[in-house]
Design a protein around this ligand. Structure first.
Ligand SMILES: Cc1cc2nc3c(=O)[nH]c(=O)nc-3n(C[C@H](O)[C@H](O)[C@H](O)COP(=O)(O)O)c2cc1C
Length: 190
């Protein structure tokens, strides 16, 4: 049990400038801070990395940004991820990022940054289901690498109209659900 504010790394599985999932991730970071956590939002656009390639890894090791992100994940106790849905699946960006970070890097073992981590997962999509189909797949992927994923999740549909100007969710029920998820994530790490 720690009495310090748990550090939680927050990101979206989209690098798009106007990404709805980045908006949701930024909102989560704000709500995590309000719930007693210490959130760090990172934009995967700032961590560009090539598509995973075993030959490249053998020749050059981890790309600089994969290594940097791996160390950042090590330095946090929790993860909060907002995942878009592409054809019912998570995005190649999110899968590729998780895969690179799952490789060994110098003193850091392959799955070391993921083990004993707790994660909250959410998603947003302009479609009615809010990317709901991708979330069980992300849950399974994270579980496979040692991350405990909270049972609660949230899919925000109609994302084009879901956010207010201040970044909050217009739907009161969804806003409350997001707060509950953030609170449970912080509580699980405190
Ligand atoms: C290749 C591709 C496949 C997509 N498939 C789905 C889908 O299965 N379900 C869905 O709700 N939206 C789908 N979309 C629409 C995305 O939800 C939309 O582009 C969304 O804005 C992406 O998230 P972002 O705003 O965080 O970048 C797809 C988009 C792309 C480019």
């Amino acid at each position: 049990m720690s009495h310090q504010r748990p550090r939680i790394l927050v990101f979206a599985g989209s690098a798009r400038k106007n990404s709805y999932n980045k908006r949701l991730a930024k909102l989560m970071a704000q709500r995590i801070d309000a719930c007693g956590g210490d959130a760090t939002f990172v934009d995967l656009a700032d961590f560009p990395m090539p598509l995973y390639d075993g030959d490249l890894e053998e020749q050059e090791g981890l790309p600089e940004h994969a290594s940097r992100l791996k160390r950042m994940i090590m330095d946090h106790q929790g993860l909060a991820i907002a995942s878009p849905e592409y054809n019912g699946f998570i995005t190649p960006l999110l899968k590729n990022t998780i895969d690179w970070v799952s490789r060994p890097d110098g003193d850091l073992g392959a799955l070391e940054p993921y083990q004993h981590k707790v994660a909250a997962i959410v998603g947003a999509s302009p479609g009615g289901l809010g990317g709901l189909r991708a979330l069980p797949l992300l849950r399974q992927l994270l579980s496979n690498i040692g991350v405990t994923v909270l049972p609660d999740q949230l899919a925000v549909g109609g994302a084009g109209e879901a956010f207010q100007e201040d970044g909050s969710l217009a739907d009161e029920g969804k806003a409350k659900a997001l707060d509950g998820i953030c609170q449970r994530l912080v509580d699980s790490l405190t």
